[in-house]
Ligand binder design. Structure first.
Ligand code: NCD
Length: 307
């Protein structure tokens, strides 16, 4: 079982995964629980192959594996320190890893579709940790888990997503997931240059989900249940932006947000969320990041159990 896109998950599988993540989160709070977790996958091994920088995804996956008793082999800068720098193809690297008998390989790569290419030749399950402007399925799962934790439902929500919606893969995966639940409405806040992809808009229209696009944060924040903010993906810009307009979450702008709203961000944040709002009860991005550990533990267990 490869994990390449959010589209491969049925809603029931997601619920099972979330229940497991909650169980693991609880077990991790006690010494006896941690011992139990550690006994689950002793003898299994994870390889993490990152061709792009990462903090949360790589570290939480490796920590997830270690907590489950697995061993970890990691290349955190594969673009420079693996044979990719000598010209080896991703496919050949995967063919080599096939012979080392790992139980799962986590791959992050700057090219959209690279993880599909890796999976095509891999006999070991591949987990997509972000492929270019494509998808980031494990981030979307932890985002969805966080929304469920906060609101107790995944239906009938007004979800406002803002920032660089054109190049951000986390937004693409999350919208795809949320669109499968009844009654969710989307409000996209960005400049016209950084709007979410036409493919995602078409998918929303196809399933009958309503969405609006705006540059007016005050208007967008009315009735919001979730506010999901993102940074400008400078490394993925093809041309210089003509508009320098930024959408900043600070004390002044979040004053328009209802009390019930949860403020999320996949992180890293740069200048789009001021630290002055970190102590606001609605600011949830660091807790969201910590949920990543448990969702990834649950996902690793599921992938390993399916072999
Ligand atoms: C995101 C990514 O890599 O797409 N980071 C993450 O995994 N939490 C978001 C980003 O880099 O902006």
């Amino acid at each position: 079982m490869h994990v390449l896109s959010v589209s491969q998950f049925h809603n029931e599988t997601i619920q099972t995964l979330f229940a497991l993540a909650t169980k693991y989160k609880k077990l991790d709070q006690t010494t006896a629980g941690r011992k139990k977790l550690h006994s689950l996958h002793t003898g299994n091994q994870l390889c993490s192959l990152f061709y792009e920088p990462s903090t949360r995804t790589r570290i939480s996956f490796e920590q997830a594996a270690l907590k489950l008793g697995m061993g970890v082999v990691s290349t955190e800068n594969a673009a420079e320190f693996s044979s990719a720098s000598k010209g080896e193809t991703l496919e050949d690297t995967m063919r080599v890893l096939n012979g080392y008998n790992f139980d799962a390989v986590i791959v992050r790569h700057p090219e959209t579709g690279a993880t599909d290419r890796a999976a095509a030749v891999s006999t070991t399950p591949i987990i997509n940790a972000g492929d270019g402007k494509g998808e980031h399925p494990t981030q979307a799962l932890l985002d969805l888990y966080t929304i469920y934790e906060k609101h107790g439902t995944l239906e009938g929500l007004t979800v406002v997503l803002g920032g660089d919606l054109k190049h951000g893969r986390t937004v693409r995966s999350l919208v795809r997931l949320l669109a499968r639940y009844k009654g969710n409405r989307f409000v996209f806040v960005s400049t016209s240059e950084l709007q979410i992809g036409v493919d995602i808009k078409q998918e929303l229209a196809h399933v009958g989900c309503t969405y609006t696009e705006t540059e007016d944060m005050k208007q967008a924040f009315k009735n919001a249940d979730v506010v999901y903010w993102t940074r400008l993906q400078k490394e993925r810009l093809e041309t210089k932006l003509t508009s320098s307009k930024e959408f900043i979450l600070n004390k002044q702008t979040i004053a328009y947000l209802p009390k019930k709203a949860v403020i999320m961000h996949p992180l890293p944040r740069v200048s789009e969320i001021h630290t002055e709002i970190d102590s606001d009860p609605r600011a949830y991005y660091f807790k969201q990041a910590s949920n990543g550990l448990y969702v990834r533990m649950a996902l690793l267990h599921t992938v390993l159990s399916s072999r």
